[in-house]
Ligand binder design. Structure first.
Ligand SMILES: [Zn+2]
Ligand SMILES: [Zn+2]
Ligand SMILES: [Zn+2]
Ligand SMILES: [Zn+2]
Length: 140
């Protein structure tokens, strides 16, 4: 699964081709379409970052991964970061836990005191790079 990075091009849709938008699946009838090399095409309003919904246009570099498009910042944050616990890369964005400072694998997002998995919504304390649940942060 290599990373695909392409520049977005705004092109005049050729008259011979029927184009379908990768984003919404509908036929593109607009005069201009956004194309990401070699042949992925979007309505101008459909090419967005899957994470922040920011529209991607000609001025952007578009990152495609897992069939989703990302802006530069989110691609870097989600795909080139390493887990703060095990220092391994992430395979899929679906299995990522984010704090304000770090990103973890879901299975690595545990209290250092009791090894309990912390779930979204659980309270935790981050101290010296260690995650601690609220029962244990006073022990350390
Ligand atoms: Zn569309
Ligand atoms: Zn984004
Ligand atoms: Zn990890
Ligand atoms: Zn704990």
């Amino acid at each position: 699964c290599s990373k695909i990075t392409f520049h977005v091009m705004c092109v005049l849709k050729g008259s011979k081709l029927v184009s379908y938008c990768v984003g919404c699946g509908q036929q593109i009838l607009d005069r201009f379409i956004l194309r990401v090399f070699p042949d992925l095409e979007w309505h101008a309003q459909c090419l967005k970052c899957a994470e922040c919904q920011q529209s991607l246009d000609e001025s952007c570099t578009c990152f495609i991964r897992d069939g989703k498009t990302f802006c530069k910042d989110h691609h870097r944050r989600l795909w080139t970061s390493k887990c703060a616990k095990c220092h391994k890369a992430f395979i899929s964005k679906e299995y990522v836990m984010q704090t304000r400072v770090n990103i973890y694998h879901v299975q690595c997002f545990r209290c250092e005191g009791c090894n309990r998995r912390l779930l979204p919504g659980d309270e935790y304390v981050l101290r010296d790079g260690q995650l601690l649940c609220t029962d244990h942060h006073e022990l350390f």
